[in-house]
Design a protein around this ligand. Structure first.
Ligand SMILES: NC(=O)c1ccc[n+]([C@@H]2O[C@H](COP(=O)([O-])OP(=O)(O)OC[C@H]3O[C@@H](n4cnc5c(N)ncnc54)[C@H](OP(=O)(O)O)[C@@H]3O)[C@@H](O)[C@H]2O)c1
Ligand SMILES: [Zn+2]
Ligand SMILES: [Zn+2]
Length: 370
């Protein structure tokens, strides 16, 4: 069976001949992979800075953003049947009895660091013709999402981030008078940093929640990413044309910042202008570099005097996968063309080397196995 993987000991990225999966547990599901998205994490694993094969294997199969179709189910599988579309989650709990988050099924908060991640850390990923998985880690996708469900996993970052923001911003009861509101961001302003796939999906989430949304990113207008975010009702502002203070003048009080840029200098400059009672969510993971200068006194003064909240988030819990599936349908109903155009290329397995190793092109590239 064909799979795409890395062999860290030989510093190679290869199409690997991998044994087909078997149903080894009653709750196991055998899944035919339809599409796998490629992201910065896969590309970094291909530079061998991290990425760990499973114990006993020389290679690690890549791929953690996936859509598949059920082909076989174990005797105890309750909710899935052959033909169903499924999206798998990525992180699996550690085995430490004392790890309360993992024991509570919230391995995204694992306290020991001994969690494993499919396609990243000590478990094979989904960039393969078939895989098997426990039912509890597979989320059913309706057939209407066939074209876009490969975006569920990258959307879970915004889903978890906003769930955390709303949970924490309960400290501001006047902002959420109606707990069941589908538009909790109505009357509030959000800034999304970065217009890569994480930023674009985060922008859709913010606009769908009712925020007046600005996207602050690099490339000058016109460009396809700016057109895409403006098509869903956000305003794109290029960092090459506008300073952070100009962004603030356009936005007014900034209630939420969703950082999806991974550039600390820009992120901390925007943190400096976060509004009163605002929340700043970091999702970017910058590579280690020399220290940078930030106006720490101004930031610290603001954080205190403006009751600001700063939180980091790594994806994601089961609830984030469920809400990403719900929101993708919302995006598809509201902006069918825009959400479909986030996937800018569908490629065969043979293209894996250029997709993983050459300069990244487009927004989200996908390898298809169907
Ligand atoms: N927390 C998590 O669980 C998690 C999971 C996955 C990824 N991430 C992180 O999320 C971040 C975004 O991922 P992505 O795949 O969307 O990344 P990406 O495709 O590289 O997009 C980055 C965006 O930021 C913009 N940008 C880069 N440098 C800039 C600068 N100096 N000033 C203004 N804008 C700048 C880029 O502009 P151009 O369009 O002009 O290039 C691009 O639009 C990454 O840091 C990644 O590590 C986090
Ligand atoms: Zn990814
Ligand atoms: Zn744990």
């Amino acid at each position: 069976m064909q799979a795409v993987g890395v062999i860290p000991s030989q510093k190679k990225v290869e199409i690997i001949d991998h044994s087909p999966p078997e149903i080894r547990h009653d709750d196991a599901v055998r899944v035919r992979c339809l599409e796998v998205g490629i992201c910065g994490t896969d590309r970094e694993i291909c530079t061998f800075v991290y990425g760990e094969p499973p114990e006993g294997s020389e290679y690690l199969i890549l791929g953690h953003e996936s859509l598949g179709e059920v082909v076989e189910v174990g005797a105890a599988v309750k909710h899935l049947k052959p033909g169903d579309l499924v999206v798998p989650s990525v992180r699996r709990p550690c085995s430490n009895d004392e790890c309360q988050p993992c024991r509570a099924g919230l391995q995204d908060f694992c306290a020991t660091g001994e969690f494993v991640e499919r396609g990243i850390k000590a478990r094979h990923g989904f960039m393969t013709q078939e895989y098997s998985e426990h039912e509890q880690y597979l989320f059913p996708a309706p057939p209407s999402l066939r074209d876009v469900a490969v975006l569920v996993e990258p959307l879970t970052i915004a889903e978890k981030a906003m769930a955390q923001v709303w949970q924490t911003q309960r400290r501001l009861p006047w902002q959420r008078a109606d707990e069941s509101s589908k538009q909790p961001g109505a009357g509030l302003t959000a800034v999304v940093l970065g217009a890569g796939p994480i930023g674009i999906l985060g922008t859709m989430k913010m606009v769908a929640e009712g925020f007046k949304t600005f996207v602050y990113s690099r490339s000058r207008k016109p460009n396809p990413k700016a057109e895409l975010v403006e098509a869903v009702g956000a305003q794109y502002v290029s960092a090459l044309d506008h300073s952070v203070d100009e962004l603030l003048a356009m936005a007014g009080n900034i209630d939420v910042v969703y950082e999806a840029i991974g550039v600390s200098s820009v992120a901390f400059d925007v943190l400096r202008v976060l509004g009163t009672n605002g929340a700043f969510v970091f999702t970017g993971i910058p590579a280690p570099k020399s220290p940078i200068e930030v106006n720490a006194d101004e930031i610290m003064r603001n954080v205190v005097l403006k009751n600001q909240l700063i939180l980091g988030t790594v994806n994601a819990d089961a609830q984030a996968f469920r809400s990403a599936l719900v929101d993708l349908q919302v995006f598809l109903d509201r902006w069918p063309e825009a959400i479909r155009s986030v996937v800018t290329g569908r490629h065969s397995v043979e293209d894996c080397h250029s997709l993983l190793l050459d300069k990244s092109q487009g927004i989200k590239n996908v390898i298809r196995f169907d």
